[in-house]
Design a protein around this ligand. Sequence first.
Ligand SMILES: O=C(O)Cc1cc(O)ccc1O
Ligand SMILES: [Fe+2]
Length: 427
Amino acid sequence: MTDYLTGFGGMHETEAVAGALPIGRNSPQRPAFGLYAEQLSGSAFTMPRSENRRSWLYRMRPTADHPPYEAYRGNQMVGAKGSDKPLAPNRLRWDPPELPVGNDFVDGLVTMLATRDPADLEGVALHCYRADVSMTHRSFMSADGELLFLPQRGALHLFTEMGRLDVPPGHIAIVPRGVRFRVEVPEGGAGGYVAENYGAPFRLPDLGPIGANGLANPRDFETPAAAFEDVEGDHELIQKNGGHLWAATIDRSPLDVVAWHGNYAPCRYDLTRFNTLGTVSFDHPDPSIFTVLTSPSDVPGRANADFVIFPPRWMVAEDTFRPPWFHRNVMSEAMGLIHGEYDAKADGFTPGGLSLHNVMSGHGPDVETWRKASEAELQPHKIDGTLAFMVETCWPYKPTDFALQRAQHDYDEAWQGFPKAKVPDAD
Ligand SMILES: O=C(O)Cc1cc(O)ccc1O
Ligand SMILES: [Fe+2]
């Protein structure tokens, strides 16, 4: 059973057992039923109120009750570092990576692109996962960043400390830094992408002249109602700190939060609810118009990470080259595809695949897309049955060695063979 509370970043209160939440105070002398009160701070205590994020959790045993962590001996493919080799300024693209078979989410997670160090409290990493079995008797948490789940194949069920979320492909989920969860997958397994944000938590972008409504509307974000399990027996805590995985075994499930209140909690969002805006005259706006969530950096307007989607939408622009134009960008662009075809690429970018156009690399439509779009008779046309996304950041991405070894060899050919413009002689 999953039950949701609505609204982005709101103050919620929820109890799985009536009477578990204290009224009018956070830390009573004796919480109900012998529960333990624990504050989970997602921002410094003293952040301005608008940025302040914290929740109070009422749990059966305190998180503090655990033995020392040791290096995790399983998955060694998750990290915070890209390849040590100098990175040529090439455009890169990947077929859906072939990830090891038979793993759960923790062992099936592989880092593809990394920026910064989690200790900088800025940057973003992009991981891919293949999970064939559900996690049992173990849970995961990242102390390095918040996790943005983008399932591509197979619905995920996230049983988090703060409740349960169903996350089918086409939905996203955010699990805040520090929140434990286990991932259940359906028969046939699951695969997709996870962006890990070391910086300021994702928020809805300001709308400026768009006005009070549009893009991702706050009411469509769903936060789980409290749900817990009372399970005794060995349970492996796996957690990511400083780019490394660590493990400790406790004698119970940590998903034992009976009630919580606050504004630091997981949520999910159905991307079909995105109110896509665009031109009704000519040209098309920069893709920032498709920003679902943004993590600002300290420089106004320059995102640590923008999460952007390219959803189904009507194309009506007159006298306009409608696909993404040719461009170079000071920001670095990593893209993935949930389903369908992306309108800038006729070939080679497939669901589950990935592309990287790092700082100032020339990219845009491939030759075939350019030709078709230049010759098309322009009619209102619906781009349908597709969902691509971009995680755009001001920090250049570094692919990991795993990723570099698997990059497509012929990606540059996407832009080979453009006819030369015929410019009349100058007088
Ligand atoms: O590179 C891409 O495909 C993403 C993108 C799309 C667009 O319409 C304009 C700029 C941009 O980076
Ligand atoms: Fe781009």
